[in-house]
Design a protein around this ligand. Structure first.
Ligand code: SF4
Length: 229
């Protein structure tokens, strides 16, 4: 049984062609969304060339950022890649990633070996028009990108999902506050542990009581990981 219901979008046509390294390739097929995937490798091949948001008219400043697949035990779901991630096309490469690893007390190797990293949207959305921080992907972009998450969850069936940041928490749990940090939730048989975003842009961790909530959440992640050994 699917962890989440699958979206109706199947195949997008007339899109920009990109090759595996992100360079335009006239010979490659267009952005593809199959009606069904049997392997994560096949899904990742199609994700690598996804341009659905550009085709829908949204400005993007990178190609999709993808997790290196390495039989990870858990699924980490973030918000959207930053500029460094967009350039490297790898998740959690910048300062927020370093903070997250410090929170989890993991070095890079352990972190990437433990978590299959995904996010609400997979391409760097560019700077916000206000000039403060990055642009928040629109609801339509989030909806377009949910296709990849839903198939990843279907194929990987993780027993632990760590949702990082308000956008990711809302997408998975449907709640729009960080009051759920410090609690364990369930989604179709998986434990979901929400964390605040480690970007440093939010004042949430310094508000009264939130340091303790964060500590509880991090302890829950460690506890859940222990069960997955
Ligand atoms: S953000 Fe997601 S849906 Fe949009 S182009 Fe990138 S991979 Fe595709």
């Amino acid at each position: 049984m699917a962890l989440l219901s699958l979206p109706s979008i199947v195949v997008l046509e007339n899109s920009t062609n990109v090759d595996e390294l992100g360079a335009p390739d006239e010979a490659c097929p267009l952005t593809q969304r199959k009606s069904s995937y049997r392997s994560i490798a096949s899904l990742q091949r199609d994700l690598a060339r996804c341009r659905a948001c550009s085709e829908a008219g949204f400005p993007l400043e990178s190609l999709p950022v993808r997790a290196p697949l390495a039989a990870q035990r858990a699924y980490m779901y973030g918000q959207a890649p930053g500029i460094v991630e967009g350039e490297e096309r790898l998740p959690w490469r910048g300062r927020a990633g370093r903070t997250l690893r410090r929170w989890l007390d993991m070095d890079e190797g352990t972190f990437y070996a433990t978590f299959f990293c995904a996010s609400v949207t997979r391409c760097y959305p560019g700077r916000a028009a206000s000039g403060r921080g990055d642009r928040v992907p629109t609801p339509r972009e989030q909806e377009l990108c949910a296709f990849w998450r839903e198939w990843e969850l279907e194929l990987l069936r993780p027993r632990l999902i760590v949702a990082v940041g308000g956008l990711a928490i809302r997408a998975l749990l449907g709640v729009s506050s960080l009051d759920c940090v410090g609690e364990r939730h369930e989604l179709a048989g998986a434990s979901v542990v929400p964390l605040p975003h480690p970007s440093g842009a939010s004042s949430w961790p310094s508000l009264p009581g939130n340091r303790e909530r964060l500590a509880r959440a991090l302890a829950l992640v460690q506890q859940e990981l222990t069960h997955l050994h």
